[in-house]
Design a protein around this ligand. Structure first.
Ligand code: ZN
Length: 437
């Protein structure tokens, strides 16, 4: 079974290599802006724009004709070509979004990129790409030291169970990273080691996650201490930054500091989520979680930070493919299923439950329970009904108490009450960082 996975490594480039990295990122930015200008020009005249292949042809003609562009040779031709592809994709996504064919928030028309105001990034899709020990080798850039060992990927490359499809180099705060998109040969999942085991999990705002399993055991992941400490630091740095005069050198200094802390927080968060979801997928055959409308929730400004911090979307994605790897399944309760507002003892649903109410109190049966535990219990009960059905009959069944079945299910996931084949193709999204825990 082939799956696409990403491996990401922090780089420790020599000064000359760092200059080459910046030059390539500049080339990609230039190509994007050049292509966008061409597309706009043509759109005004003919009502359509250029595709990636046409842009590449135009660019090849112009770079030879225009002596002002002679510097192009200092960078790999991939940097330009991939930027045209990105632009092509952005234009298509814009159209899809406008027609309502794309999930998530509305996309605007692609914008020109400004140095220092955009993400420094470029990509290789051909040429020598490999890794060994604490080095990676990339076209034109040669061998660059990495911050940590690359053995997870190197071992797979050696045995031939992985193939690098592309390498994206990008800068976050002051650090450069390479992310390899890799096609990995994985064994078809064996049946789950603990058949019949199930857990309902509530992804929390204050704790990373709270779960209740089929034996009634409560599992909580509070999030690692360094993450919580970094979050406090982030709040302070963010306040300090906003007090500085816009445009001042002091503000720029604080912005760089803020960006460094942000990068650390997101790394720690991803790491914690990877650990927690790996354990869950290995231990439980069926994991039930809520299908949260993350895009909708992030619009709520007060909760925005907390939610993006905990990375709900990322957690759901990880659970989707990891349960698949272990021969299990992820069941997503519909986003309208009131898991928090329903009493897990008697089933009475409250009309309203403020987020600040951390304890669930049932007016009908008198149950008093931690809010997250109550939600996890409700989700677990969905697992029981969903899992039984799944074993009893192989065909699709009517959605259960969760109501509407979730749309656009991801590989390795099954909406509550529907038959799910966890052995779909649990492919990690190309942009996602796999730490392969
Ligand atoms: Zn009750």
């Amino acid at each position: 079974m082939k799956v696409t996975q990403a491996y990401r490594f922090a780089l420790d480039p020599a000064p000359s290599q760092e200059r080459a990295l910046r030059s390539h990122a500049g080339a990609a930015r230039f190509a994007w802006n050049w292509g966008l200008a061409k597309c706009k020009e043509r759109y005004e005249a003919e009502g359509k724009w250029y595709g990636a292949t046409d842009l590449h042809k135009l660019w090849n003609a112009q770079k030879k004709a225009d002596p002002g562009l002679a510097w192009w040779e200092q960078n790999s031709k991939c940097a330009y070509q991939e930027a045209f592809r990105d632009l092509d994709r952005a234009l298509r996504d814009f159209i899809k979004s406008r027609k309502g064919q794309r999930k998530g928030h509305k996309l605007g028309f692609p914008k020109f990129k400004k140095r220092g105001r955009c993400r420094d990034s470029f990509r290789f899709s051909t040429g020598t790409m490999r890794c060994a020990g604490t080095t990676v080798t990339l076209p034109r850039l040669g061998t660059i030291r990495t911050h940590e060992s690359t053995r997870k990927l190197a071992r797979r490359l050696e045995t031939g169970s992985a193939r690098i499809l592309s390498a994206t180099v990008s800068r976050t705060a002051q650090r450069w990273f390479v992310s390899f998109t890799v096609e990995v040969e994985r064994n078809a999942p064996e049946p789950h080691a603990r058949p019949g085991s199930a857990i309902g999990i509530d992804l929390g705002v204050t704790t990373l996650l709270t779960g209740v399993d089929d034996t009634g055991t409560i599992i909580t992941a509070p999030g690692p201490r360094p993450l919580r400490a970094s979050l406090r630091k982030l709040r302070r740095a963010s306040r300090a930054h906003s007090r500085k005069t816009p445009g001042s050198a002091n503000r720029r200094k604080h912005a760089a500091r803020l960006a460094r802390i942000h990068a650390r927080v997101s790394h720690l968060r991803a790491d914690a989520l990877h650990k927690a979801t790996t354990t869950l997928a290995a231990r439980y055959q069926t994991v039930v979680a809520e299908d949260l409308n993350v895009a909708g929730m992030v619009r709520n400004r007060r909760m925005a930070r907390a939610i993006s911090d905990q990375g709900f979307g990322a957690a759901r994605r990880m659970l989707g493919y990891k349960t698949g790897w272990h021969g299990g399944q992820l069941i997503l309760a519909d986003r309208f299923y009131p898991s928090s507002k329903t009493c897990s003892a008697c089933g009475t649903a409250k009309a309203k439950l403020a987020l600040s109410e951390r304890v669930f109190t049932c007016e009908s049966c008198g149950l008093v329970l931690d809010r997250d535990q109550n939600a996890a219990r409700n989700l677990l009960s969905l697992a029981a009904s969903g899992a039984e059905r799944l074993n009893a009959c192989g065909a699709a069944v009517r959605p259960g108490p969760a109501g509407h079945a979730a749309l656009n299910q991801e590989p390795g996931t099954a909406p509550a009450g529907k038959t799910g084949t966890a052995d779909g193709q649990p492919a990690a999204a190309g942009s996602e960082n796999s730490y392969a825990h």
